[in-house]
Design a protein around this ligand. Sequence first.
Ligand code: FES
Length: 122
Amino acid sequence: MTLTQSPSVPTLPWTRVCALADILPGTGVCALVHGEQVAVFHLAGRVFALSNRDPFTGANVLSRGLTGSYVRGGQTRFKVASPLLKHAFDLETGESLDVPGVHVPVYAARTEGGDVWTGSLA
Ligand code: FES
């Protein structure tokens, strides 16, 4: 699978978002990172970050979406379904699981010392 990132994805410097404990496992929060709304999720012991904007509605709602998992190629992957039209997106790639070719911009995310950080992908 090829990961494509829209050229309009803004560059974000590594930024502390919150404490990991601030994100209830299985849910997301929205963070304003250098003017960009970033949806940050804590799921299955991992953190994921992608744009908060649902590309199908233009609404900044993905952090409020329902998370879940699915299996592709024998691997468990994680997804979020937009609370509006329920379109699902892979949390790692931002890929729409409903409409081929549609992507939500994704950011790198990591934890350090109990804090969650996000930034642009290398
Ligand atoms: S430019 Fe970084 S927070 Fe505004």
